[in-house]
Design a protein around this ligand. Structure first.
Ligand SMILES: [Ca+2]
Ligand SMILES: [Ca+2]
Length: 78
């Protein structure tokens, strides 16, 4: 898989609202900015089942998605 191919997949960011519906936190527990880079209409908690934040193609906006799907992840490092 080339690097360019990696960009054709949705990517997990680590943000989620598993603890409190609608309140998204990063995996370290810090809050996701309420006026962040959400796609228009998201987070929509579609069918009441979307609790994990992804970068969907073309990777410029956030979307809440069903957790547990196999996808690449991005990490923050110092
Ligand atoms: Ca949710
Ligand atoms: Ca969604």
């Amino acid at each position: 898989m080339s690097t360019s191919n990696l960009l054709t997949f949705d990517v997990w960011t680590g943000g989620n609202d598993l603890e409190t519906e609608g309140l998204f936190l990063w995996s370290d527990g810090s809050p996701v900015p309420i006026n962040g880079s959400w796609n228009e209409g998201d987070p929509n908690n579609y069918f009441g089942q979307q609790h994990c934040m992804e970068l969907a193609e073309p990777h410029t906006l956030w979307n809440d998605m069903v957790c547990g799907l196999a996808a690449l992840s991005i990490c923050e490092f110092p």
